[in-house]
Design a binder for this molecule. Structure first.
Ligand SMILES: Cc1cc2nc3c(=O)[nH]c(=O)nc-3n(C[C@H](O)[C@H](O)[C@H](O)COP(=O)(O)OP(=O)(O)OC[C@H]3O[C@@H](n4cnc5c(N)ncnc54)[C@H](O)[C@@H]3O)c2cc1C
Length: 439
């Protein structure tokens, strides 16, 4: 698999990932166009971030072209688990309050709420409502000692007026039967959907607003020319633009822009799906498709029952792209699934196994804004971007249009460079060992 820390930008004809969504979704993506030679705003990457940014720019009357290395939404935006959560990065509201005070935490909560509203607009643009499932997002205490900190998080979220519910182990037994479910925090306004349908709806809105969508067209070089804008080398020729928005996120090749090269750690998240479960198997685990579930581990597992009764189960994957498709990682997920649901021990194969690159930032939260003259970027969502990208795209477009952004940490500084960036993966490997011991 393409590896951002090793390879030149992906494309132009990398195969789509063999995901469940890829194989089971009839998604209606809009027609793409030829690459223009000149455009006001050029966007790199047609995932949710790039497509939302392009739509906002087009709606504001600007000419904008999105250059996607492969087919539209080839990256995370067509292969995630479809959890629409009200968060991004890895810091909760109480962590923000401790770091920077309650006002900042409230401001961040308001941004997350806005992101949820914006993603809702994209969902509404899909005739199938992106196959949404409305039961909420459950964060489950995977062991008894995780209950107290989770309860504390619940109390703190209540103070921020978040719509959350506390489920005791007894209440939880009606929703999920697992030895690794000791209590849960339920985010009632979060939901789950089909990410591929969301990508297609977002792309259609961008195209309808006038954005030019160009696929199979990797940008291989990007140079700021000061007052003369930016020069892009693409697989389909040179392009001149006034400004460039880098929305390639976890897929950003270290070779694209030196300014971004050491500021993100691309991390693989992997998913398996089981064959469709029988009625008896589903009754034995009690899970219904309306819930999106994640646990409290350091190295988290997440799962949901899909509308066609397959269980989707995800977690961390390989460290290097060349190992991403190694079945050993699918087997590990299957083992974790068995630990979560011993009732499913007789499910001993997976039907789909796939992975994607998420961008992890050094200090656990994303940045959206200017990188250097004429160049803007949004990345570092740490694996939580399905809802946030709707807002990040908008904020990035606003920054590129030189409109002021809210005075919040996401928008006020650049991603921090990793110290000793060549050893990022060694650090990741050590962290995985630490996480495994702690969990
Ligand atoms: C397995 C998995 C499960 C996940 N589950 C969830 C979840 O349930 N909920 C959640 O909130 N988040 C989840 N995420 C994260 C979420 O999917 C991402 O945060 C989000 O999709 C990021 O969107 P994006 O547009 O920023 O980036 P992407 O969708 O990754 O798009 C980047 C695009 O840039 C293109 N590109 C790269 N380089 C170039 C170049 N040089 N020229 C042109 N194009 C280029 C790539 O081809 C790619 O299509 C998951 C991620 C993975 C991998």
């Amino acid at each position: 698999m393409y590896d951002p820390l090793v390879d030149a930008p992906p494309g132009p004809h990398d195969a789509p990932e063999p995901s469940y969504w890829q194989q089971h979704t009839q998604a209606d993506f809009p027609e793409c166009v030829d690459a223009p030679e000149q455009v006001e705003f050029a966007v790199v990457g047609a995932g949710y971030t790039g497509l939302n940014a392009a739509r906002v720019l087009a709606e504001n009357g600007h000419s904008v072209a999105v250059f996607e290395a492969n087919q539209l939404a080839w990256g995370c935006s067509s292969r995630n688990a479809g959890f629409v959560m009200k968060s991004t990065g890895r810091l909760g509201l109480s962590a923000w309050a401790e770091r920077l005070g309650t006002d900042i935490a409230q401001g961040i909560a308001a941004e997350h709420q806005k992101a949820l509203q914006l993603v809702e607009d994209n969902v509404q643009a899909c005739p199938q409502q992106c196959q949404r499932q409305n039961g909420g997002y459950l964060k489950i205490a995977h062991r008894a000692s995780a209950v107290a900190p989770l309860k504390q998080q619940y109390e703190q979220l209540k103070q921020f007026d978040q719509p959350v519910e506390w489920l005791t182990q007894e209440q939880l037994t009606d929703i999920i039967d697992s030895p690794q479910a000791h209590a849960a925090l339920r985010f009632t306004d979060c939901f789950a959907l089909n990410p591929m349908l969301l990508a297609a709806a977002t792309a259609r809105r961008a195209a309808a607003a006038g954005a030019q969508l160009v696929e199979h067209c990797p940008v291989t070089q990007a140079v700021s020319l000061g007052s003369k804008g930016v020069y892009l080398q693409t697989a389909k020729g040179a392009v001149r633009a006034r400004k460039l928005l880098v929305c390639s996120n976890g897929y950003t090749s270290g070779q694209l822009l030196p300014e971004l090269a050491s500021r993100s750690l691309p991390v693989l998240s992997s998913i398996i799906t089981t064959p469709p479960l029988s009625k008896e198997q589903i009754e034995s685990i009690k899970l219904s498709p309306q819930y999106a579930v994640m646990d409290t581990r350091i190295l988290k597992y997440y799962f949901r029952l899909l509308p066609d009764n397959r269980l989707l189960f995800g977690g961390r994957g390989a460290i290097q792209g060349k190992s991403a498709a190694n079945p050993v990682y699918a087997k590990r997920l299957l083992q974790a699934l068995h630990q979560t649901f011993p009732q499913l021990r007789n499910v001993n194969k997976w039907e789909h196994f796939w992975s994607g690159w998420v961008s992890v930032s050094l200090d656990d939260y994303p940045r959206v804004g200017k990188v250097k003259d004429n160049i803007y970027a949004s990345m570092g969502y740490c694996g939580a971007g399905v809802s946030f990208t709707a807002l990040a795209g908008q904020r990035l477009a606003e920054a590129a249009m030189e409109q002021p952004l809210p005075e919040l940490p996401y928008y006020q500084s650049q991603l921090k460079p990793f110290p000793l960036p060549r050893f990022r993966r060694l650090g990741q490997w050590l962290y995985y060992h630490y996480g495994r011991l702690r969990d």
